[in-house]
Design a protein around this ligand. Structure first.
Ligand code: IPD
Ligand code: CA
Ligand code: CA
Length: 270
């Protein structure tokens, strides 16, 4: 595979995280090929995908545990696994499950690292496009070999935003709030996308592909790695109340520099 032969000098920590993501990705790529076949079968790929998801998480757990035996975990499938009380890996082994389930090639592995209260490193790997997004606090954000910067667009009317649309899991109040927000924002911007992977939505803000992204009712593993990426690419991240309590509140607003203030004001007043 291309990524294994790249000559990039990443920190030992980012190497551990990236190599772990590459290893788990091999299984996901194989399983994605199988899902493409299962699409046409009556039974559908549902159970198969939940097994693929768990297998990826097991690989990630094993690799990270081997590399940093004392660190704890917060993982989507297995929940919390205690460690040294200071370092926690925050892991989503497959972000974009619904896409995966429908054989849509847009999903990622997301691995974040928290030290104390701070998110200090993040890796998001899209195995289909072979795009590795990574960042470590103070060291900048990268996509494969390229340094990332958030977009320079400074007006809402030129902006492309991303979001997540509520579905059956959500309450009626959550759906109404979303529709109200959409009604406020739609006339102000050049477009809104719903691609179906929160981790990649954040990575795309870091890469300057979107000017901003918002979503509520998220989990820490959807956001942890992406938050580090956006910040290290020069962007801003807060929750939908404008505070830095994204993981606790389960909501996120990530923007480039210029749109941080106008978008935050819109959300806080909406
Ligand atoms: C989901 C994706 C999706 C977002 C959902 C998440 P999953 O994660 O990130 O984009 O809208 O809120 O739950 O279930 O695919 O890991
Ligand atoms: Ca997720
Ligand atoms: Ca997931």
């Amino acid at each position: 595979m291309v990524h294994q032969t790249r000559m990039i000098s990443r920190s030992p920590l980012l190497n551990v995280m990236s190599n772990t993501a590459f290893k788990a990705a091999r299984g996901l790529i194989r399983d994605f090929g199988e899902v493409e076949h299962l699409q046409v079968s009556r039974k559908g790929p549902g159970d198969f995908v939940s097994i693929a998801d768990k297998k990826a998480e097991e690989i990630i757990y094993k690799e990270l545990k081997k590399a940093r035996p004392s660190y704890g975990f917060l993982m989507e499938e297995s929940g919390e696994i205690g460690g040294d009380g200071e370092h926690t890996w925050i892991v989503d082994p497959l972000d974009g499950t619904t896409n995966f389930l429908h054989a849509i090639p847009h999903f990622a592995i997301s691995i974040g690292l928290q030290k104390g209260d701070e998110l200090i490193a993040g890796v998001i790997y899209d195995p289909i496009k072979d795009e590795l997004f990574y960042a470590e606090k103070g060291g900048g954000a990268f996509l494969n070999e390229r340094r990332l910067r958030v977009s320079a667009r400074s007006t809402l009317q030129d902006s492309l935003l991303a979001t997540g649309i509520p579905w059956a899991r959500h309450t009626s109040a959550e759906r109404q709030t979303f529709l109200k927000t959409l009604d406020t924002i739609t006339p102000l911007v050049s477009g809104i996308r719903r691609f179906g992977s929160a981790a990649l939505d954040l990575a795309y803000v870091a890469a300057g592909r979107y000017e901003g992204y918002w979503e509520s009712t998220l989990f820490p593993w959807d956001m942890a790695a992406g938050i580090v990426l956006v910040r290290e690419a020069g962007g801003y991240v807060c929750d939908l109340q404008g505070k830095e309590t994204m993981l606790e509140m389960g909501s996120v607003l990530a923007t480039n520099q210029a749109l941080h203030q106008p978008l935050t004001e819109l959300f806080v007043s909406n």
